[in-house]
Write a protein that binds this ligand. Structure first.
Ligand SMILES: Nc1ncnc2c1ncn2[C@@H]1O[C@H](COP(=O)(O)OP(=O)(O)OP(=O)(O)O)[C@@H](O)[C@H]1O
Ligand SMILES: [Mg+2]
Length: 410
């Protein structure tokens, strides 16, 4: 969830809370004031009509006198007055309210605000007066004033919300200086990447040259020594010369093998083949011969044929270093090497089942001042990718890389 959305929701929540509290306070306030008003009006009406009833008894024929009196009294606020003769005939009922005539508050609101108040019956000779509290006008007043306040509050809250959001937007908007700094940093990063890429390319070029020199100079010289030693052995008669030349040939053969191995390492097959899948398959074949005690499982996924020299070489070199690290640090018996081309990127992982994590939760070997992982990361970052290397929680060590592939669809 973005920061802006979170702030939006927070402000909306606060505003909503404010409205709820405001409504609750208004309802509470109006309910008690309606209760008090209706009670007071009812008490006064009962007193007035009670006094009139006493007087009517003195004058005799109660219903007729009372009807005249009630008609002259008219409507009393917040009360319905009805006069029934003893035979049950309705002789008088007070006129309907003219105040806000024809309007009522919604039924649910009336039910909530109406005071719990019983009506009063005043007995007369031959008749009875019923006085029923009628809170509908007071409730309608409360409804009108609350609606106005609520709408006003809503408008205020809406304006406040918009103002706050505009303010926050301004506050969160990067300034001109921020934007310039960001652009400068991005440029710097791109330049650094380019420099690293050029350095890597230079290093590879230098390796190629060294391999060539070693092969052409040293390799050929050693071959020449071996040929001379062979001719001495053929022509020599004394046993000492034959033995000596055989030793020279043996040493020269060893030297030749060493030179070849160095040349192969300096100039991996991948440089010639340009095919990562073939180069890794070769590497595994070689591994099986040299380290049969550690099983290397290789999984390849997707087309690894046209990755380009930079990516192919970077991956190959990183795999070489990770495998060397397994030999040096892991004491593993299994390695899983997986390379997959997926959704515009190349994912590579090298995982072993070695001693990766010590009892204290740290990598078994305290990371040394080695250059292997640093160099791997530099290679990957130079190509716009990322690398993670860490001991696995359940043992072993894992190096994983992700490299973007230009031209692949995301
Ligand atoms: N497979 C692994 N298992 C356990 N620890 C590892 C593994 N790979 C790397 N490490 C740890 O990470 C450290 C850093 O590795 P890195 O390759 O950078 O340095 P190095 O191998 O010690 O030296 P260099 O590669 O420069 O010869 C290692 O010293 C080791 O502690
Ligand atoms: Mg290393």
């Amino acid at each position: 969830m973005s920061l802006r959305l979170r702030l939006n929701l927070m402000v909306a929540g606060l505003n909503l809370g404010f409205l709820v509290v405001l409504t609750w306070l208004l309802v509470d306030n109006h309910r008690s004031s309606i209760q008090e008003e209706i009670e007071a009006a009812h008490r006064v009406t009962v007193q007035v009509l009670g006094t009139a009833a006493q007087t009517s008894r003195v004058f005799g024929s109660a219903p007729a006198v009372m009807v005249d009196y009630l008609q002259s009294l008219g409507r009393v606020r917040a009360n319905e007055i009805r006069l029934y003769s003893d035979d049950g005939v309705l002789r008088y009922t007070s006129p309907p309210a003219t105040y806000k005539a024809g309007r009522r508050a919604p039924e649910w609101f009336e039910a909530r605000m109406r005071p719990r108040l019983e009506g009063t019956v005043i007995r007369l000779p031959g008749a009875r007066i019923e006085i029923v509290p009628d809170a509908s006008r007071a409730v309608l007043d409360a409804w009108d004033s609350m609606s106005a306040i609520f709408l006003l509050g809503l408008g205020f809250v809406a304006v406040l919300h918009v103002a706050l959001l505009l303010f926050l937007r301004r506050l969160l908007q990067p300034t001109e200086a921020d934007a310039q700094r960001l652009v400068a940093t991005t440029q710097q990063l791109a330049e650094n990447r380019e420099v690293m890429r050029l350095i890597q390319a230079g290093v590879e070029e230098e390796r190629k040259r060294l391999a060539r020199e070693l092969h052409d100079e040293l390799g050929q010289s050693v071959t020449a020594i071996r040929l001379i030693a062979a001719s001495i052995a053929r022509s020599g008669e004394s046993g000492g010369a034959v033995q000596g030349s055989a030793r020279i040939d043996g040493i020269a053969a060893g030297l030749y093998d060493s030179v070849h191995r160095i040349v192969r390492e300096l100039r991996p097959a991948v440089l010639e083949q340009q095919d990562l899948a073939a180069a890794l398959t070769d590497l595994r074949r070689e591994w099986r011969v040299l380290h049969p005690e550690i099983e290397l499982a290789l999984t390849l996924e997707g087309d690894l044929g046209d990755l380009g020299e930079a990516v192919t070489l970077a991956v190959f070199r990183c795999v070489q270093e990770a495998l060397t690290n397994v030999l040096k640090h892991a004491q593993a018996s299994h390695i899983r090497l997986a390379v997959a081309r997926r959704e515009g990127r190349l994912e590579v992982s090298i995982e072993d089942d070695g001693r990766g994590v010590a009892a204290d939760g740290q990598a078994a070997d305290v990371p040394s001042a080695g250059h292997g992982l640093v160099g791997m990361r530099e290679r990957v970052v130079a190509l716009g990718g990322s690398l993670d290397a860490a001991a696995c929680v359940d043992g072993g060590f894992r190096v994983s890389m992700v490299l973007p592939l230009q031209g692949d669809s995301e």
